[in-house]
Design a binder for this molecule. Structure first.
Ligand code: CA
Ligand code: CA
Length: 380
């Protein structure tokens, strides 16, 4: 692990959040011929059985900004994306593909916006984790006078760097928070309809409880994001850019130094700027990463698969990531405006992200669910 600058809430936290936006270890682009061949090759979906939508009707009109997902049964996970040349690493944690059944639920059509989060803060006086001064225990080795509230801000280096070194483009900025997404001097002016960022897991949960909602389980998130389709790579289909069209707010250019923003957005985009999926959900691919309530285990799917069919799964009871055994992580989904086929392709709908619950960053937000029936164990 590289030596990290001062002001990290913890070094492990920084690496965890940085890697949550990573996922691919190869630097080079796939060859153009390989990409073309992959686009033409028939896609194999080993392990995927047809999605079956439930028939449960919504028990009430959908709360404002939410859509009803009727539940059903689907195959969860991702085939090895290296087989089609679509990505740079096999993403073993997204297999085996396994069968999951879900009851019906409402889910936010969009990521939670700055305007919505401001209502919560106005009503409750809530102070997010990024706005609280870290304790010495949270920043071991940092002198007391240097402890400062803040968060991780994507800061592109001027020169190309090794993509194995996320510290090169993540900077702990004192004073960065949801209100000041780029740090002191930045504001939310004009960003009211952008997704709120610099959100720690506990911040997302506090908002959800205030709104009489919850965070989605990982399975609820993926079922909704797939829009009723079976085993496709992206919420809209199997091609990243059908007819050359950019379908999500991701990163185009040379990561991390040159952001061409061909999709119109170098950073976050107003929620709903791209076409929704078949369920009417926006930005399930890209824009900002979204917290789910599940603990992350790299082998979590293997455990679920042994059951044959898991009903309303709530994830493992504890986290374990062999890549960082000391850091407990929650699952994050969907990728962000920093994801690129050069570095991170976790905007693919069946793939997984992960992060330290107490490590907010400038590409990390959430959306909520509301269930007519509570989860069976409802543990956190
Ligand atoms: Ca973009
Ligand atoms: Ca998203």
């Amino acid at each position: 692990m590289p030596r990290l600058p001062h002001f990290e809430r913890s070094s492990a936290a920084l690496i965890a959040v940085a890697l949550s936006g990573a996922g691919c270890s190869r630097v080079e682009e796939p060859a153009a011929e390989r990409q073309a061949a992959a686009a033409k090759a028939p896609l194999e979906r080993p392990g995927f059985l047809p999605t079956r939508l439930g028939e449960t009707l919504a028990p009430s009109p959908a709360p404002e900004g939410m859509v009803w997902i009727p539940g059903g049964e689907f195959s969860m996970g991702s085939a090895d994306p290296t087989a089609g040349g679509h990505c740079h690493e096999p993403m073993d944690d997204a297999r085996p593909i396994h069968r999951v059944a879900l009851s019906g639920y409402f889910i936010d059509a969009t990521e939670v916006t700055n305007a919505s989060f401001a209502k919560f803060v106005d009503a409750t006086g809530y102070v997010t984790l990024a706005e609280r001064k870290p304790t010495p225990a949270e920043m071991p080795g940092v002198a007391g006078e240097l402890l400062a509230a803040g968060s991780l801000v994507f800061t592109p280096p001027e020169q190309r760097v090794k993509l194995s070194n996320p510290v090169a483009w993540w900077r702990y900025v004192a004073g960065a928070s949801w209100k000041h997404p780029q740090g002191p001097g930045s504001s939310l002016q004009g960003l009211e309809q952008h997704p709120v960022v610099h959100i720690a897991y506990e911040d997302a949960l506090a908002y959800a409880r205030w709104a009489d909602k919850d965070l989605p389980t990982e399975a609820e998130w993926e079922f909704a994001a797939r829009g009723g389709r079976t085993g496709q790579l992206y919420p809209w289909g199997d091609e990243l850019t059908p007819k050359g069209e950019l379908r999500a707010n991701t990163f185009q250019g040379a990561f991390p130094t040159r952001n061409d923003a061909r999709d119109g957005y170098a950073g976050t985009a107003p929620v709903g700027s791209f076409q929704p999926n078949a369920f009417g959900l926006y930005d399930v691919a890209g824009n900002v990463w979204e917290w789910t309530r599940d603990w992350y285990r790299a082998d979590g799917y293997a455990r679920d698969a042994r059951a044959g069919l898991t009903k309303n799964p709530e994830g493992p009871s504890a986290s374990f990531d062999p890549a960082e055994p000391q850091t407990k992580k929650r699952v994050q989904r969907g990728g962000s405006f920093l994801c690129t086929n050069e570095y991170c392709t976790r905007y693919m709908v069946g793939t997984r992200g992960k992060g330290d619950p107490s490590s907010p960053a400038s590409h990390l937000g959430f959306r909520c669910v509301k269930r007519p029936l509570p989860l069976l164990t409802n543990r956190l």
